[in-house]
Unconditional design. Structure first.
Lengths: 498, 202
């Protein structure tokens, strides 16, 4: 690695990079979003949006700007505007996908992050955020009544998951090779003072990975089923079960898939209630002294990200009430909190290696300057100060995402119903064969969505006003009295056959 | 003389038109190119275009050999569901669409609308008969749809195994032709596909 062979050559780039990337180095995303999430929790969505715009000036907006903006607009029920913001975010994820396919395995190739900190890297989003972006875009389209556009996003989710799996495999392999070459064996469990338990709980370690969610796949199953594509609905429900086993609603999704269409009456709607609670965890920076074996530099302070669960402390409801009589149990199927912990756990090897390489590079260049004495020594002192100021972990993460997603499902008569979650009640008009009602709880606020009419599945019934073919064509009857006599003897047709 | 003049003009126009066709400008960034849609695809071992084409080809050829389809002149067939029992998002309708297209091209069989298209069929008949927009004598009548003689149905299953860096996927696509009136299975066939990948192939 050239970083260790010519340390003096690093001093100037380090100082220049600090100056040039000053804003991103010093910005505290945690502080900015804490205020935004607090405003949403108090029902002040407009102020939250204003604050979000004030925090992001300059015009060249990054992925995170569009992710947060889309979520705020969604909470305001501006589904088309929200989808617009998220589609711009989606373009950035597409750019990442195209680049990542080419550069996969080059996980350490980012000079800014090696010299300064991970904040200087372009924000490409955590893997679960990229997947959740497609899922939430699908929800936007569903809320706007466009089920086919939702289907497109859901299909994109599967393709995105496959790309992430492929890139992660290459990156992991490259990282293992790099760590072996540099002799870096430190894991997050070795970081004395790091809250290891946040990344080491059973719920985190038993997750299949940090980016696939049972909710995304169950939603895929539901949308495909609503669009009468059972062949695609079944793998959706099946994958949801594989990701979160032993949850009844997920198991029922697959078990009764074939019988559901025949059991539902034409004037009934299959309703999926989606209840999102809280806010995704916050990331903050903690600095821990780490022994650096590379070049025998001793113990160097390195910053690492730490997750803090749902800063909004929102209560998670356990039931949905329907018309004051039915009570549906809500099943927690996806925890973005757990997923983000798993994602951080999986990212930690890369963060540690980059941190050690960064710390080593800084220490080496500082040592060389100090050894030279005179003006160089002053530059060395300046570099040391800059190093202390800039050493901070990347706090960026999609904060307005919910902490948990729970679902309930019920086939009910189409029409208006009073739906109750916690102490909040809302009249919801449900039409079509399928509908999705999404509710978000944050702080002391409940944000309801009013579903636009869902798709209409075939009912196989001819409208009763229509007479059978033989009686409609009067002219044919007059021309052929013999035939008309024969036709009159027939019984009216009531149902069309497939 | 008059005829030969016309022939000359026609030849000149044809030459001009063909000239234009061959000189169409191409807009390209240099990063995109067309490929052979029939090329064997082995990018990953998930279900892909080659699998779809292989299954459709194999099943259509086999089905067209079925004696049941020769007993009646151009029997009416409908496509029921092909159940996807894998964990992969395989669009089984796309497979049956390809099979149906190949069979329709043979001219031996007619197809009735399947369950996924029945609503569109009902909507069309309703529009023609109920909106008052169409002449009664010219509109297609309710109650004249034909019931299919046979239905095609099937399943796709998979077995996925991983050992170290090796991933092995086995697909089995089964299809059957059932007589709708008697309920007897008149034809059945299956196509197996095995795909193995190694992590080092990435």
């Amino acid at each position: 690695m050239p970083l260790f062979t010519r340390p003096t050559s690093l001093a100037l780039p380090v100082l220049l990079t600090i100056i040039l990337s000053g804003c991103s180095v010093m910005r505290s995303y945690d502080n900015e979003l804490k205020q935004t999430v607090d405003l949403v929790g108090q029902g002040q969505i407009d102020q939250a949006l204003t604050q979000h715009e004030a925090n992001n000036t300059g015009g060249d907006f990054d992925l995170l700007y569009y992710l947060e903006k889309g979520e705020l607009l969604r909470l305001k029920s501006q589904y088309k505007d929200s989808a617009g913001a998220w589609l711009l975010a989606d373009q950035k994820v597409n750019e990442w996908e195209n680049e990542a396919k080419v550069r996969a395995g080059a996980i350490l190739e980012n000079v800014g992050a090696v010299l300064l900190n991970d904040k200087t890297r372009r924000y490409d989003g955590h893997d679960y955020e990229k997947v959740m972006l497609s899922t939430r875009l699908a929800l936007d389209h569903l809320s706007a009544g466009d089920w086919n556009a939702a289907r497109t996003e859901i299909k994109k989710t599967h393709e995105r998951e496959a790309i992430i799996a492929e890139i992660n495999a290459k990156d992991t392999e490259a990282l293992e090779k790099e760590s072996k070459e540099k002799g870096i064996t430190t894991t997050f469990k070795d970081l004395n003072g790091y809250p290891v338990e946040t990344l080491n709980s059973a719920e985190v370690t038993t997750l299949k990975n940090g980016y696939q969610s049972a909710f995304s796949h169950y939603l895929a199953g539901f949308v495909y089923e609503a669009l009468n594509e059972q062949g695609l609905a079944s793998p959706g429900y099946r994958q949801a079960i594989e990701l979160q086993p032993n949850i009844k609603i997920l198991e029922d999704g697959l078990a009764t898939l074939e019988s559901r269409p025949s059991l539902r009456k034409p004037n009934e709607t299959d309703v999926l209630f989606v209840v999102e609670s809280g806010a995704a965890p916050a990331l903050s920076s903690v600095t821990i002294p780490v022994p650096v074996i590379v070049s025998n530099l001793g113990v160097i302070p390195i910053s690492f990200p730490v997750l803090h669960s749902d800063p909004s402390h929102t209560l998670q409801p356990s039931t949905v009430g329907i018309d004051g009589k039915d009570t549906l149990p809500l099943a927690g199927v996806t925890s973005l909190d757990t997923m983000s912990k798993r994602a951080l756990r999986d990212d930690m090897p890369g963060i540690i290696v980059r941190g050690i390489l960064r710390a080593s590079a800084k220490a080496m260049s500082q040592k060389v300057l100090m050894d030279q004495g005179g003006g160089a020594a002053i530059a060395g002192i300046a570099l040391n100060i800059a190093n202390v100021i800039t050493e901070s972990a990347d706090e960026r993460t999609w904060r307005t995402l919910p902490a948990t997603i729970s679902i309930a499902r019920m086939t009910m008569p189409s029409g208006k119903h009073d739906v109750t979650i916690g102490s909040s009640k809302q009249a919801i008009d449900i039409q079509g064969s399928h509908a999705i009602v999404v509710t978000r709880l944050l702080g002391n606020q409940v944000y309801w969505s009013q579903p636009v009419f869902g798709p209409q599945m075939p009912v196989y019934t001819v409208p009763s006003a229509i007479e059978p073919a033989e009686n409609i064509d009067g002219s044919a009857i007059k021309k052929s009295p013999a035939k008309s006599k024969k036709k009159k003897a027939k019984k009216p047709v009531q149902q069309a056959q497939g | 003389m008059y005829k030969s003049n016309n022939a000359l003009k026609a030849t000149a126009i044809a030459l001009l038109l063909s000239g234009c066709a061959t000189q169409s400008p191409t807009l390209s960034s240099g990063n995109v190119e067309y490929g052979d849609s029939k090329a064997v695809e082995t990018l990953t071992n998930e279900f892909g275009s080659t699998d779809l084409q292989t299954i459709a080809e194999s099943m259509a050829n086999s089905l067209l050999q079925s004696p049941a389809l020769f007993e009646k002149k151009r029997p009416l067939v409908t496509v029921a569901e092909v159940k996807n029992k894998t964990s992969e998002y395989i669009d089984t309708k796309s497979i049956t669409d390809s099979i149906r297209t190949k069979i329709v091209k043979s001219g031996m069989v007619r197809f009735a609308v399947d369950t996924s298209a029945i609503q569109t069929q009902v909507d069309e008949l309703t529009r023609q008969n109920q909106t008052g927009l169409y002449k009664k004598s010219k509109s297609k009548k309710m109650g004249n749809m034909e019931g299919a003689d046979f239905r095609i149905e099937g399943t796709i299953t998979s077995i996925v195994k991983r050992a170290g860096d090796v991933k092995d996927v086995y697909y089995k696509f089964s299809l059957q032709l059932v007589d709708n009136e008697s309920g007897t299975m008149e034809w059945a066939d299956e196509k197996e596909i095995r795909k193995t990948s190694n992590k080092s192939m990435f």
